[in-house]
Design a protein around this ligand. Structure first.
Ligand code: SF4
Length: 567
């Protein structure tokens, strides 16, 4: 279960598409149309945007320049919407209002709106914003290039929404955001009926991909340089029910353990009702499955869980955490919680505080309930006054902040292996640190040894990908890690939302392990900086596919899997 209500704050940020690589202009056909995909919402949307970008590039579009991307100006601007965020519609129409002016100043520009809100509002989007050219839904991502073409040709807006899934998104061309880590969908849709959630209505019933297909995509990613994969589904624990194997998810985790070169496997999201011990056993027994679990609680009150139509109860939830910790003592567990569900009493809320205190979450994505049109809970009586919800929310946040701080402070002195990221540390330049994720997915900011401080773009001197960034060199300084490399450091202190590991400053623990992922990052960064090489990392595929548009920096990775039509 994706619990998309909560997903906007999950670790991977929804962000504008990556700006155009510096080398793109050299390769692009002179009159190629440019595009930007703007993403709102959860990981599923971020991954869908990777498919949208891949399809556009396969159709001959090239990424817009960084300046155009920032302005929202391109020949084609795609907004991948979210329907579960509070004020999602207001936000979309506000965005579209601004874009009307941009479009007036850029003849031929097209605006496409996809994702959950498009699936929900359909032609209503064009009624409210007639300057929108294309509306497409969650079930027909593959139609985007054709709809753009048709809208241009017919000079009128195209609205096409499918009622059920046409093509598994995973089989579409994909332009991956990251070379060292990738998302792999194992299922789409959800069979649950949580009363606050609109996902089942917009994404449909759960459809599972076959394990062989999932593993082929995992292998292809690894062959292209990735060392981390996150398996994605709205409810990963029900994976396999469609093809009659209730143990399929545990088996899939174990099979990932056999993929050579795959160092880190994560998944999101499980559902407490369907989370079985075979999954815990598979996690503990599979060396590359990371000691991390995102387990959505939503409420600690059994009465509220019943009203939410979530079939587990608080004691079962706590029992799962106990068993996970017994099997993986270092597991970091995070959660989602909704405060102020209709009818929630002070006693119900006290139950949530009790369960949160007992759960010792490393972090929690906490949300104030708000009515989402189209969900059953929106029509429930006893909607709570905003002030009541706000006050409870603040109390919950204060409790969780204290627990997060205690849990992270307890990490001091621990040795962690950090997968270096290229997007996580906004203050790295000023703090002269580099950032990444520990095995348990905690965010770690760590100091470089004095000898190499300032050499990396993220830790000082330059913009990332600047040609003088020393990490782009063929043989970088052995102490200088690149995104995708693994660095072992010792935690020196914990803050509520991250760890700091400055062991290198005093000559303490600091070891860089070069990885294929780091090589792939450097290769792509060199291409983007116009220093040669191709942009696809280790783009040999697994015999399944090669990078489409080879030679075009920023081109899509085509997995070459057959585009399986669903029933
Ligand atoms: S219906 Fe429930 S389980 Fe399914 S996506 Fe929504 S919150 Fe998750």
């Amino acid at each position: 279960m994706m619990d998309t209500t909560l997903a906007p704050t999950l670790p991977v940020p929804a962000a504008d598409r990556a700006p155009a690589p510096a080398g793109a202009a050299q390769h692009a056909v002179a009159d190629a149309r440019t595009y930007v995909v703007r993403t709102l919402g959860c990981q599923m949307n971020v991954h869908d945007s990777e498919h949208m970008a891949g399809m556009l590039e396969q159709a001959g579009y090239v990424p817009a320049s960084a300046a155009d991307a920032a302005r929202g100006s391109a020949d084609v601007l795609v907004i991948n919407t979210c329907a579960v965020r509070e004020n999602a519609a207001d936000k979309l129409y506000g965005n579209l209002g601004q874009l009307a002016g941009v479009k007036r100043g850029r003849p031929g520009m097209q605006i496409a709106v996809g994702g959950c809100l498009a699936q929900k509002d359909r032609a209503g989007i064009v009624d409210r914003a007639p300057w929108v050219d294309v509306v497409f839904g969650t079930h027909n991502l593959d139609a985007l290039p054709v709809l753009l073409e048709r809208a241009r040709h017919n000079e009128r807006a195209q609205v096409e929404i499918a009622e059920s899934l046409q093509v598994f998104p995973s089989t579409l061309p994909t332009r991956r955001e990251s070379v060292y880590a990738g998302w792999v969908s194992i299922s789409v849709g959800c069979n649950n009926t949580c009363t606050f959630c609109i996902v089942p209505h917009l994404r449909g019933k759960e459809r599972d991909r076959r394990p062989g297909e999932v593993l082929a995509e995992v292998q292809a990613l690894v062959d292209q340089g990735a060392i981390e994969v996150t398996l994605l589904g709205q409810n990963v624990n029900s994976y396999g029910v469609e093809f009659g194997d209730r143990g399929a998810f545990a088996k899939l985790l174990r099979a990932c353990g056999d993929v050579q070169g795959l160092e880190r496997v994560r998944f999101t999201s499980p559902h407490p009702a369907a989370f079985t011990d075979d999954v815990i056993e598979a996690m503990a027994a599979t060396a590359n499955v990371m000691p991390q679990l995102h387990m959505p609680l939503q409420s600690g009150s059994d009465r509220v869980l019943r009203a939410m139509r979530r079939s587990y109860r608080s004691e079962r939830f706590l029992g799962i955490l106990d068993r996970v910790r017994a099997a993986m003592p270092d597991a970091a567990i995070t959660t989602d919680i909704i405060v102020g569900f209709p009818g929630e009493t002070e006693d119900d809320f006290a139950e949530t505080l009790r369960v949160v205190e007992a759960s010792r979450f490393v972090s929690a994505y906490t949300f104030q309930y708000s009515q989402r049109p189209g969900t059953p809970a929106a029509d429930l009586p006893d909607q709570l006054p905003k002030a009541v919800v706000q006050e409870r929310y603040e109390r919950l946040q204060a409790l969780q902040e204290r627990i997060s701080l205690e849990e992270n402070r307890a990490q001091a002195g621990r040795r962690v292996e950090v997968l270096v990221a290229d997007t996580e540390g906004r203050k790295d330049g000023a703090s002269l640190r580099v950032s990444g994720r520990a095995a348990d997915n905690r965010l770690v900011h760590f100091a470089l040894p004095p000898a190499v401080q300032g050499l990396a773009a993220g830790a000082g001197a330059h913009a990332v990908g600047h040609p003088s960034d020393a990490r782009l060199e063929e043989h970088p300084h052995p102490l200088l890690p690149r995104p995708g490399d693994l660095v072992t450091v010792e935690v020196t202190h914990g803050a509520p939302h991250h760890l700091v590991a400055d062991s290198a400053l005093a000559g303490g623990i600091y070891a860089v392990r070069r990885t294929r992922a780091g090589d792939a990052w450097a290769q792509r960064a060199r291409a983007r900086a116009g220093l040669g090489g191709d942009d696809h990392g280790h783009g040999h595929g697994s015999g399944q596919g090669s990078a489409a548009g080879s030679g075009a920096a920023g081109g899509p990775v085509v997995l070459g899997l057959p585009a399986v039509r669903t029933r």
